[in-house]
Every structure is written in C-alpha cells, then in structure tokens.
Design a protein around this ligand. Structure first.
Ligand SMILES: Nc1ncnc2c1ncn2[C@@H]1O[C@H](COP(=O)(O)OP(=O)(O)OP(=O)(O)O)[C@@H](O)[C@H]1O
Ligand SMILES: [Mg+2]
Length: 218
C-alpha cells in the first residue's frame, strides 16, 4: 500500500508551490489515475514518487514505512513520457541489460513475454520497432528490475488508435501483479482501468469519483 501524506513541493526558485498538500492511497494491484492539464504538476509528482526529486514537506509511505528518495528509487519503476526517446541500447537485449549485465536470458525472455513481446528477436533494434512495441519495451525495461510500483507518464501519448488499445490492454494485464500510478491529461481510454482516480490542477489533488460499471452502461 502506497500512502502520500500532505506532500508538497515548493522549490525556492518558484513563487508558487508546484505540489500542495497532496494525499493519496493506492493499494496492491490497484491502478490509480491522476488526471491534470499541462503544467499541473503530474510529472513532478512522479519524479518525487520515483525518488528523483525531494519533496519539501510531507511523506511517502509504503506498507506504513516512510521511504526516503533512495528507497523509492528501488521500489518504483518510472516510465517517462515518450520513453522511446531515451532508448540507448543497440538492440533489445542491450536495452534490457543496461545497468544489469548479470540478468539471465531466461529472465529477459520472461519479461518480454509479460509485455507481449515474446516473439521479438533480442537482436532487433529498439528504434526499428513499432510505436506500440517501443512502449511495451519501455515497460519491460522497468519490469525487469522487479519494482513494486510502476509509474507511467502519459503512456498513450503520441500513439495512434490501435497502438493505444494495445497499451491499454497491456496495462490491464500488468494491474494483476503490480500497483500502477498513471498520470495523463487525457483520461478517456485509461479511466476504464482505474480503481482510483484524482484530478490535479495547479498542484492541488482532488478525488475524482469513478462511475460503477452499472452507471457507466446506464
Ligand atoms: N525544477 C523545476 N523548477 C521550477 N519549476 C518547475 C520545475 N519542474 C517543473 N516546474 C514547473 O512546475 C509546474 C508543473 O510541471 P510538470 O512538468 O510537473 O507538469 P505536467 O503536469 O507534467 O505538465 P505536462 O502535461 O505539460 O507534461 C510547471 O509550471 C513547470 O513549469
Ligand atoms: Mg508532464
């Protein structure tokens, strides 16, 4: 269980806080969705949860323990917006082994299968894959580290309709094993997967009431 308690982020360089007193809870195997317009603080929130930025107030807890950024870096896997821009391996195998040369072939194959890329050649060039395959590979790069919490920044941005559907169905699968927190400006396709949702506006988080399946079809 992830808990944010009164988390704020107000660097000295900004007149206004970027995040103000955020609190949220996310359970195991739950998918949480934070919906907010450009500049609302979505990426900053993920950077804090991934241990890449220090909150200026408040706490992040995991299973009732306060975690410092170093521990969050181990716990969380962050998939950046447009993750394919950050690929730097010459092939799929290198991309997955970056920083982890000890990883076995078995673990690599298993991870690729978990994102629906089991058929892919390990020698394939990451930049030559389709947009949907690249997003799957970017998820695999995080999953292979076996994080407890997956953080995704605009996972469907810049993809066409069919590739967006691929990503949405993969996220639905991943939810069975991981806690996921996704931030987006466009909730239309992701809202159906969400167990909890919030809106973020000018750094202020508010609960967003999800419709029950019965209400959604009424
Ligand atoms: N290190 C920083 N120093 C100063 N201001 C920052 C810093 N990082 C982000 N900001 C500001 O904080 C606000 C939130 O930025 P953030 O990137 O988190 O928004 P976002 O919701 O992810 O936007 P987008 O949808 O465009 O990606 C913006 O006003 C941005 O200019
Ligand atoms: Mg952003």
């Amino acid at each position: 269980m992830l808990n944010l308690c009164d988390l704020s982020y107000h660097p000295a360089s900004t007149p206004q806080p970027i995040l103000q007193n955020l609190s949220l809870d996310l359970g195991p195997q739950e998918l949480g969705l934070v919906i907010g317009p450009s500049g609302s603080g979505k990426t900053t929130l993920l950077e804090i949860l991934a241990g890449l930025a220090y909150p200026t107030a408040g706490e992040v807890r995991w299973r009732n323990q306060v975690l410092l950024p170093e521990a969050l870096q181990q716990l969380a896997g962050l998939v950046f917006q447009f993750p394919e821009r950050h690929f730097c391996g010459h092939n799929v195998l290198e991309e997955l082994r970056l920083g982890h040369p000890e990883l076995s072939k078995g673990r690599i194959t298993q991870t690729l299968e978990s994102v629906g890329l089991g058929h892919l050649s390990l020698q394939a060039e990451p930049h030559a894959l389709s947009g949907g395959q690249q997003r799957r590979l970017a998820l695999a790069v995080q999953l292979i580290r076996q994080p407890y919490l997956l953080l995704l920044d605009e996972p469907t941005a810049g993809l066409d309709w069919s590739m967006r559907r691929q990503v949405v169905s993969l996220l639905k699968q991943l939810k069975k094993n991981w806690s996921l927190l996704i931030v987006t400006h466009d909730a239309s396709e992701l809202i159906e997967l969400a167990d909890r949702a919030w809106t973020l506006d000018h750094g202020v988080l508010q609960p967003y009431t999800l419709m029950t399946p019965a209400e959604a079809t009424a």
